[in-house]
Design a protein around this ligand. Structure first.
Ligand code: SF4
Length: 204
């Protein structure tokens, strides 16, 4: 998702290693099919450099898109590289699928949002399992991602909300590359919507 031409994932390197080396083989051993979905045309790098063609702010049209805003649900990484890819998969290959989402019984705000969406369920909530209990279950099965030793969240390593320990787990050359990308938008008014501009450099 970060850079499909070089095969670099947007997931934290420790998490992606855990997925391929531990989680996927375990799911397959239980008889489940594992399929990784990706946007066929775009990745983070190409979308970062994409020219804005439509915007409710006319001065932004024609500028480089730049960093994701990643606040109040307004993140183009989530929209273009995650949500739309899943929506297309459901349309093309799994029209009647029910999505099981990992939201726990003690996450009422997330559950309220989930219950507004059709064909989505949370088995954790239906069985009354809390976040702490979910963590214990994952530990019991050897399926707790190492990313939870770095942060209380999973997500893109280039997210403006990344925690210092997550950022430190990313190879140095990639960190330098991302900072250079961020700097490339600094003098373009409105192009970089990163509310935490410069934050990644503080960690570097
Ligand atoms: S982790 Fe951050 S950059 Fe990635 S999709 Fe979520 S909000 Fe967007």
């Amino acid at each position: 998702m970060y850079d499909k031409h070089r095969g670099i994932s947007g997931e934290n390197p420790e998490h992606i290693h855990f997925l391929y080396e531990t989680a996927f083989p375990r799911f397959q051993s239980w008889g489940y099919k594992v399929r990784v979905l990706r946007n066929a045309d775009w990745d983070y790098v190409s979308l970062f450099h994409k020219t804005i063609e439509k915007s409710s702010y006319p001065d932004r049209i024609g500028q480089m898109r730049g960093f994701p805003m990643a606040t109040m649900g307004r993140c183009w990484v989530k929209r273009d590289l995650k949500t739309r890819v899943l929506e297309r998969f459901y349309e093309d290959d799994a029209k009647d699928a029910v999505t099981i989402v990992g939201i726990c019984a003690d996450e009422p705000i997330r559950l309220r949002s989930l219950y507004r969406q059709p064909n989505k369920r949370s088995l954790l909530a239906e069985y009354g399992i809390t976040q702490a209990e979910s963590k214990m279950i994952c530990e019991d099965y050897g399926l707790l991602s190492p990313v939870y030793e770095l942060s209380n969240r999973g997500g893109c390593w280039f997210c403006p909300w990344v925690k210092p320990a997550e950022w430190a787990a990313v190879p140095k050359e990639l960190r330098a590359e991302l900072i250079a990308m961020e700097e490339s938008t600094e003098n373009i008014s409105g192009a970089s919507w990163n509310p935490l501009r410069g934050r990644l450099r503080e960690f570097h």
